[in-house]
Each structure stands twice: as C-alpha cells, then as structure tokens.
Design a protein around this ligand. Structure first.
Ligand SMILES: *[C@@H]1O[C@H](CO)[C@@H](O)[C@H](O)[C@H]1NC(C)=O
Ligand SMILES: *[C@@H]1O[C@H](CO)[C@@H](O)[C@H](O)[C@H]1NC(C)=O
Ligand SMILES: *[C@@H]1O[C@H](CO)[C@@H](O)[C@H](O)[C@H]1NC(C)=O
Ligand SMILES: *[C@@H]1O[C@H](CO)[C@@H](O)[C@H](O)[C@H]1NC(C)=O
Length: 419
C-alpha cells in the first residue's frame, strides 16, 4: 500500500504532496492550489492526490480517504479546478464486472463507485465537503454512511469549485463529471474506469446531479455512467428564491446570489454596488464566509431583496444579472440525459423546490427519449423527503450497480409513480 502510494505520487509528478496531520481550511491550505499552467491540461486531469488529513476514516468508519485535485471547467467555459474526497469502504461490495483482473495476477474487485453530492449550499470555500466533514455536527451525511456500509466506494466532490459557486449549474455539473474522470484516473487501489459508476444527490446535491446528467452527453460523452439519481433537484433557482424568501430558509438566498454571481464578476460587482450602505451591507456580505447552518440562522424569516438592496428585486433581476440567471439557474436547456437511466424523487408537497417544475423537466427530457423513473412521495416536505426518499434511491442505485436494473424498472421511456 505504502509502496503503491509512493509510486502514485511519483507518477502524478508531485514530490511535495505531504499530508498535514490536522486539516487546514481550504482557503489557507496551499494544497488547494492547482499547478502553474494547469489550464492546458484536459478536463478530468489529476493534479494532486493525498491521503486526507485528520481522522475521517474513524469518523466515517472506512478504510482510507483520499483528496484529489483535478482540472474542470467553469460557467464561462474557462479552465478551473476542483477537489474531490474519495472514501474507501472497510469491505468492498462486488458487482458483475468484478470478474475482471488487473495486472500482476491480482484479482481486482470492481466495487460500485458512487459520486455522492452533499448539499453544502454555501458561498464559503471553507464549507466545501472536503473540509466541512471534519465537523462532526455537519448535517445530511447519512447517505454517505449508508453507501459506505454497502461497500460502495464514494467520491464526494466540492462541486461548487474554488469560488464556492452555490447554485451555478454549469460549474457544478462540470465539476461533478470531471470528478468521476479524476477518480477513475487517480491510480488508487481497486478503482478505475471498470467500476460501475453512478451519481446521487439531493436538494443542492440534486441540483449538481441534474446539471451533471444534462451536461454529460455534450461535455463528457466518454464517461460511462450506470445511472444518475436526483432528489428534489432545484430545476429553477429563481423559483426557489421566491419560495424561501420570508421563510425560515431565507438564508439560502444571500449565498445563492453571491455563489451564482461568483461565476460572473461584472454581475457580482453590480450586485454588491447595489447593496444598501451601512450595517446591512456587511451583514449581507458575511454570507461569503459562513456555512449553510449559520446562514440559515442569520437570515431566517427575512425579505432579502428589500432588506439589502437599494432597488429591491429590480436589482436582483437587473439586466446586468441576465446572463448569470439565464445560463446557470435553469435546468432543461443545456442537453438531455440520454446516455444513462435517471431516477428522480421528490415530495409532492415540497415547499422549497416546485414538484411541478420537476415534472415539467422530466416531461421535457422524456419527449426526446430519456429513460426516467420519477417517484413522487405524497407524504412530507423537502427535509422529510431527504430521509424518506433515501432508501428508494439506494434500491435504484443498487440495481444499476448490480445489473438488475432492467428487471426491476422500465428500461425505456418514463414512468411517474405516486408513492
Ligand atoms: C476524530 O473524530 C471524532 C469523531 O468521530 C472527533 O470527536 C475527534 O475529535 C476526532 N479526533 C481528532 C484528533 O481529530
Ligand atoms: C464499522 O463497520 C463495521 C463493518 O461494517 C461494523 O462491524 C462496525 O460496527 C462499524 N463501527 C461503527 C463505529 O459504526
Ligand atoms: C423560473 O421561475 C421564475 C419564477 O417563478 C419564472 O418567472 C421563470 O419563468 C422560470 N424560468 C423558466 C426558464 O422556467
Ligand atoms: C471572507 O470571504 C472573502 C471572499 O471569499 C475573503 O476575501 C475574506 O478573506 C473572508 N474573510 C474571512 C474573515 O475569512
């Protein structure tokens, strides 16, 4: 193992990739910087691999955890980078393709490889999952534990990228797709492009999963995905912002506005220049440095546009903002998930994301040949469905991993089920 790791470090070409004993916030950790001239590398190229610092193996009951820094593409279609964290289970599950053997006569199992998208919903780089998970109180990590206990290898990308571009769909989708390529190419034990690969996310993670699915055929047609599962995908960010304004979840809005415009410097400059002067200015901008949990507490119940912007909603939807909203906030316009089956699940009474928007998206994809299984849960709301919908997603993922999918689900067309 140690020998393999040294070989790997040599191979990737970085002498100085020593792992610090304790984790350092990404904004301060020099490891979170790409090499010079990284721009010319192809998307998915691995720049750095290290064993994750600290004790994530204890916290998540797994055998090893790696960080991988790789090349991806931002919402302006310019080169950027991102980091993913790969969790190796204590005991690998197997899949039909596990019969393949690798060199040196080793019987190499091909355990399922899940890319799981944590809804970190923050404009702070230091809330990226590769660092956030050291805080044992981080919410919504149960799905990661479930997947590891099934013997799945799990990659958790920081899909918002180096600017923590919460709600920027193109950036997020690209970072997810390139994280899959990077894990396959990182030359880590028992994982390469022969492991069946699938993607799963809920809420903010469903947004990233949805964008990855939609962008795959054009951006990463080389990737063979067994399936994509998305729960309560945020099909239309604007619609969600209207719905959460004045509610306990209003704290999603400031990081969303800052995250989206982090991909559009002119739009961000405009937005910030239209903040009301005085203490509310600082209060709004503090959203750049806080986690989801903190933002939810700080902005709870507020009417965000009228509290913070000189011209209220007119600033938020000004012509200067049009490209950002147009390109990055609505699914259904960048492609169709044609190349793998898709599972969608959502609460019929989801108060955060509109189930009608999701149904319209599914209909749009289905009209041109996608294969989608959509379960609408008649019980519970957005946060309840995160828990209640997980077993259905795990069952579906298990079927695409073990090859029983076509016996258990309709393998063509679209099926909508109310459960
Ligand atoms: C290791 O993880 C546990 C949670 O499982 C945490 O309570 C503890 O403080 C961590 N120890 C170190 C040294 O980081
Ligand atoms: C860790 O996983 C092993 C194997 O699945 C299990 O036996 C053990 O109880 C788990 N430990 C914790 C602390 O969850
Ligand atoms: C997104 O939602 C907003 C607010 O409900 C609506 O005005 C807009 O037309 C929607 N955009 C698309 C592309 O459906
Ligand atoms: C807050 O975030 C901004 C922008 O990301 C950064 O420039 C600044 O250094 C951060 N402040 C603190 C105290 O971390």
């Amino acid at each position: 193992m140690r020998v393999k790791l040294l070989f790997l470090v040599f191979f990737v070409g970085l002498g100085a990739s020593t792992t610090p004993r304790t984790p350092i916030p990404p904004s301060k950790d020099p490891w979170y910087r790409p090499p010079s001239r990284f721009e010319s590398a192809a998307p998915g190229t691995v720049f750095k691999v290290r064993q994750a610092p600290g004790n994530l193996t204890d916290m998540f009951n797994c055998s090893a955890v790696y960080n991988i820094l790789y090349r991806t593409t931002d919402s302006q279609y310019l080169p950027t980078w991102a980091v993913t964290t790969l969790y190796i289970p204590l005991k690998s599950g197997h899949s039909p393709r596990s019969a393949t053997t690798q060199g040196q006569g080793d019987a190499a199992p091909s355990p399922p490889f899940l890319t799981w998208l944590h809804p970190y919903d923050s404009n702070s780089l230091d809330s990226s999952p590769s660092y956030l998970f050291y805080d044992a109180s981080t919410p919504f990590v149960q799905d990661l534990r479930t997947a590891l206990s099934r013997g799945w290898h799990v990659s958790v990308p920081d899909y918002e990228g180096p600017k923590a571009s919460f709600t920027a769909g193109v950036m997020s989708g690209h970072a997810v797709l390139d994280s899959v390529r990077a894990v396959q190419r990182a030359r880590l034990p028992s994982i390469d492009d022969r492991n069946p690969a699938a993607i799963w996310g809920y809420s903010g993670g469903g947004l990233a999963a949805g964008w990855a699915a939609e962008l795959q055929a054009s951006y990463a047609p080389d990737l063979e995905l067994a399936g994509v599962a998305m729960g309560s995908p945020v099909v239309n960010v604007t619609d969600v912002l209207y719905r959460v304004n004045n509610t306990p979840l209003a704290g999603l809005i400031p990081p969303a506005l800052l995250g989206l415009t982090s991909q559009y410097p002119d739009a961000q400059k405009f937005l910030i220049s239209h903040l009301k002067p005085g203490p509310t200015n600082d209060a709004f901008l503090a959203a750049r440095n806080v986690s989801w949990t903190q933002a939810i507490q700080t902005f709870s119940g507020q009417d965000i546009a009228t509290t913070y912007f000189i011209n209220g909603l007119a600033d938020v939807f000004a012509p200067e903002m049009r490209l950002a909203w147009g390109r990055d906030s609505c699914m259904g316009y960048h492609g169709v998930p044609w190349m793998m089956p898709v599972y969608v699940y959502q609460a019929a009474h989801d108060e955060l994301a509109s189930v009608d928007d999701t149904a319209a998206l599914v209909a749009r994809y289905c009209g041109v040949g996608a294969n989608i299984f959509f379960e609408r849960n008649q019980v519970g709301g957005h946060l309840e469905e995160l828990v209640a919908g997980a077993p259905g997603a795990v069952r579906w993922l298990a079927s695409v991993f073990d090859g029983t999918y076509s016996q258990k689900y309709p393998s063509t067309g679209c099926t909508i089920v109310d459960v």
